[in-house]
Ligand binder design. Structure first.
Ligand SMILES: [Zn+2]
Ligand SMILES: [Zn+2]
Length: 165
């Protein structure tokens, strides 16, 4: 886990008057050890594999805490479930492109989008605090080959699938 993230988490925990606990540390490390997006259940499954005594409730509580500390962001990738994104600390205004076929998520940053959001927000008399854009799209494989190899991979790995439209 990044030293800057660790420091911010420690400060937040101290400010809230909470104790540092081994389980919370362990969950936080699992969250920030990868740059993958995940659901609470996916994280619980991942943590449980190495630490079977961690409870689901502790995982959910720690996720709320990390969100409150603004280290972790809840995002909506259009699947009727909350996805957690650990990458906003490093890339504060990154955006997501989601393949509507296989659910593959691609992150990108673009200064033009930032500028546009900034202009629109200010014109309406506000000041932007956080911004992120989700683009639903077809992946190149699907367009070129008529099927997406990721679709099979995501099925095999048991990853959730997006509905076709
Ligand atoms: Zn992201
Ligand atoms: Zn795809």
């Amino acid at each position: 886990m990044d030293a800057a993230i660790q420091q911010r988490l420690d400060e937040f925990i101290a400010r809230k008057g909470l104790r540092r606990t081994g389980q919370r540390e362990l969950i936080a490390r699992a969250v920030f050890s990868k740059d993958e997006h995940f659901t609470a259940e996916e994280l619980y499954d991942r943590v449980k594999r190495t630490s079977p005594d961690v409870s689901r409730a502790t995982v959910y509580r720690t996720l709320s805490l990390l969100v409150e500390a603004d280290l972790l962001r809840e995002i909506d990738l259009g699947e009727n479930q909350t996805t957690y994104d650990p990458n906003f600390h490093d890339k504060p205004s990154h955006n997501h492109l989601v393949c509507i076929d296989c659910g593959q998520v691609v992150e990108f940053e673009d200064s033009h989008i930032d500028l546009l959001n900034d202009c629109v927000t200010r014109r309406l008399g506000f000041k932007p605090v956080r911004q992120t854009l989700v683009i639903e799209a077809n992946c190149e494989q699907l367009r070129q080959k008529g099927r997406c190899p990721n679709l099979i991979a995501s099925r095999l790995s048991g990853k959730r699938l997006r509905k076709k439209r």
